[in-house]
Design a binder for this molecule. Structure first.
Ligand SMILES: C[S@@+](CC[C@H](N)C(=O)[O-])C[C@H]1O[C@@H](n2cnc3c(N)ncnc32)[C@H](O)[C@@H]1O
Length: 426
């Protein structure tokens, strides 16, 4: 079973309970991050910003890796804990949280048990510390193992239906790093120079773990990081030939860059000014241009119509579960319903801004039917079927003409994020 590469944070065991020891501070941050995700429903990014901001970069990376692996394997870690306790621990009890992160380090990050104990047990006191020590020792003596792939929470498995097993298989593996090349004619050159593989023109796949900013071509903006699935929506609009495109909900701007590079005259709109700043920085780095608009798409009114609109709508982002395993535990029916309602409103508005004969691509990085397959029927545009020739080998359009990707696709080359994409014509 492939394991994530371990960040170079301090794995050595502190010899006392001194809370200032760096190894202990990283584990404390993990505990706060797990609490943020599991108790307060925060994203892992948000929880990390709150809990780990004072840590040195290597310790912060270590804390992120431990929290990610804990959340990815939570169901299996809990089963191990329950198999070694006579009285089940409450779901969010501190002793359970500490045992979860201890087991994730030992079983997923290959941290030696003595280091796990030295940095885990000081998070507890008294009887709880003795209990955690007992459970961890029982499991290391067995020795306990994890299954080949993480077990998905029941509600998630039910929602993802017959794709669930393949997605769980992909969750066990660290996802690769995909890049989109600004000038597609340079794909071969950059693929060779960066030592990657290309699955489509303009696409390069590298093994995970590269320091992106140090790679050749980054500073000159010859490419940007973008999962291959995330690159499909803009590709489906084809060459722009200076026609007008609206990238609605555009930040941090991967699709704005693509549309600009494909020759569209792009208006790039997002409601969050700080996120729009990132679009600006990305445009600057890549030498591409777009008109930036900081506005709420629910109230904004354009001055004219667009030949193309890309609506990469806000969503539950469950399709990014490989990199954000918090979505396995945070997202429930109420989030999906709320997002689906927002997406329907955005789609409805966007449809009115399309010039006659114009094209609208609707996309979400969600694996949920309500946010994907159920959406386009609510507006009066016709589907412009996506063809297999427009997709990477191994990904086929559905008979309805749309595309549903998920992490279990392209299993031999590293998978892809989960997206729903449909192309509609006015
Ligand atoms: C899935 S992300 C977009 C990713 C982006 N298309 C890319 O490729 O980099 C969704 C974006 O929608 C924005 N958003 C959410 N509600 C919005 C609204 N009412 N109006 C405009 N933008 C909105 C968020 O700020 C977020 O940046």
């Amino acid at each position: 079973m492939a394991k994530p590469s371990l960040p170079s944070g301090d794995l050595s065991a502190p010899r006392s309970n001194n809370p200032d020891l760096p190894g202990l501070r990283a584990r404390k941050a993990v505990l706060t991050m797990l609490d943020g995700v599991l108790r307060r429903g925060e994203t892992l990014d948000m929880a990390e910003r709150g809990a780990a901001k004072a840590l040195a970069p290597a310790d912060r990376a270590l804390a992120r890796a431990i929290a990610s692996e804990t959340l990815r394997w939570l169901v299996d870690l809990d089963a191990l804990i329950d198999s070694a306790t006579r009285k089940p621990l409450q779901h969010e009890a501190k002793a359970r949280q500490v045992l979860r992160l201890m087991l994730a380090q030992w079983l997923r990050l290959d941290t030696p048990p003595h280091a796990v104990i030295a940095t885990g047990l000081p998070l507890l006191t008294g009887g709880l510390r003795r209990l955690a020590h007992g459970v961890f020792s029982t499991l290391t003596k067995r020795p306990a193992t994890l299954p080949e792939a993480p077990t998905l929470p029941d509600a998630v498995r039910m929602r993802w239906g017959n794709r669930a097993e393949a997605i769980a298989g992909a969750l066990a593996l660290p996802p690769p790093l995909d890049l989109t090349v600004r000038d597609w004619s340079q794909t071969e050159r950059w693929t060779e120079e960066l030592g990657g593989v290309s699955l489509m023109p303009g696409h390069i796949r590298l093994p995970r773990g590269e320091a992106i900013e140090a790679l050749p071509g980054f500073a000159d903006g010859a490419w940007w990081v973008q999962d291959i699935a995330a690159s499909l929506p803009a590709r489906l609009l084809g060459p722009g030939e200076s026609r007008k495109a609206l990238d609605l909900c555009s930040a941090p701007g991967g699709k704005t860059l693509q549309l600009a590079a494909q020759g569209w005259d792009v208006t790039s709109l997002d409601v969050k000014p700080k996120r729009l700043d990132r679009v600006e920085q990305n445009l600057k780095r890549t030498g591409l241009s777009a008109t930036l608009v900081s506005a709420d798409a629910l109230t904004w009114e354009p001055t004219g119509q667009f030949d193309a609109i890309l609506l990469d709508a806000p969503c539950t982002a469950t399709g990014t579960c490989r990199r954000h395993p918090d979505v396995l535990h945070r997202i429930g029916a109420e989030h999906i319903t709320a997002m689906a309602a927002l997406q329907a409103k955005l789609l409805e508005r966007a449809a009115h801004w399309l010039a006659p004969g114009g094209t609208l691509v609707y996309a979400v990085c969600s694996l949920e039917q309500e946010e994907g397959e159920a959406q386009p029927s609510t507006i009066g545009l016709t589907t412009d079927p996506i063809t297999a020739a427009e997709l990477p080998d191994g990904v086929d359009p559905a008979s309805e003409g749309w595309v549903r990707t998920h992490p279990g696709l392209l299993p031999n080359t590293g998978g892809m994020d989960g997206f729903f994409i449909v192309r509609l014509k006015a």
